[in-house]
Design a protein around this ligand. Structure first.
Ligand SMILES: O=C(O)C(O)[C@@H](O)[C@H](O)[C@H](O)COP(=O)(O)O
Length: 237
């Protein structure tokens, strides 16, 4: 039905409604976290901002997990105050860190500082205890092929994609975006125990199709870096 030329061992799940996709993704994430907590003292959960994750957050926050042992952070953040409508931290606090999930530990990528470069040391300090690889990573994707804040037009993209570099978080200043950003780097985002790409709408399917057409040209569409064996794609109309 969906004419995608997916790389080997990438699994795509298609749903009729955003709620169906969100519930299935929340089930999969909760199962993965529960399994991880059986064998590890804590589990990390990295989520994305934007519009797509809202119903997923609403479904996930109700799961009966030992949330006090879960560290939640964002894959990327816009460098705006927490009460700004574009703040991903606000989105997560209002929609995910509620109910049972309010017991989770939130690690913020937004720290004091005029710019992400000014706040970088404080963000690195906030992430000092973060264990890599991550346990669960949920990514979104823009129609320019960005994921997290790995934007094709960001001057910092080369550094952020360099998995040999030590940085796990970097400021990003893509001219296409009105706010400055901060993002986990590819090094931090690679090899998570469970990685999902959560997409909504036909336009995203077309973008995914374009991304799959030549996965080697990562700088043109950074989402390609994640089109690897084990990736789970959750798409809905
Ligand atoms: O803060 C952000 O903007 C992101 O984390 C970003 O990578 C997002 O996931 C995509 O832009 C998709 O956004 P939508 O879900 O709004 O389409």
């Amino acid at each position: 039905m969906h004419d995608l030329n997916l790389p080997d061992a990438v699994n795509a799940h298609f749903f009729d409604t955003p709620d169906d996709a969100a519930k299935a993704l929340a089930d999969a994430v909760a199962q993965h976290i529960a399994e991880r907590l059986l064998i590890a003292p804590r589990a990390s959960l990295v989520v994305s901002g934007g519009a797509t994750p809202l119903p997923f957050f609403e479904a996930l926050r109700e799961k009966p997990l030992d949330w006090s042992r879960v560290d939640i952070l964002l894959a990327d953040e816009r460098w705006v105050p927490e009460n700004h409508e574009a703040s991903n931290t606000r989105l997560v606090k209002e929609n995910l860190l509620q109910g049972p999930a309010s017991e989770a530990n939130y690690l913020s990528l937004k720290q004091p500082g005029e710019t992400p470069a000014d706040g970088l040391a404080a963000v690195e300090a906030a992430l000092a205890d973060l264990h890599l690889p991550l346990d669960v990573l949920i990514l979104g994707m823009g129609n320019d092929g960005h994921t997290a804040s790995l934007f094709p037009d960001a001057p910092e993209l080369g550094k952020a994609l360099d998995t040999d570099a030590a940085a796990i978080v970097l400021p990003m200043t893509p001219p296409s975006q009105s706010e400055k950003r901060i993002t986990l780097t590819l090094r931090a985002l690679s090899r998570a125990g469970f990685t999902a790409l959560h997409l909504k709408g036909d336009d995203k399917l077309e973008t995914l199709q374009a991304a799959c057409s030549d996965i080697s040209r990562v700088r043109e569409m950074p989402v390609r870096a994640f089109l690897k064996p084990g990736l789970q794609i959750f798409w809905s109309a």
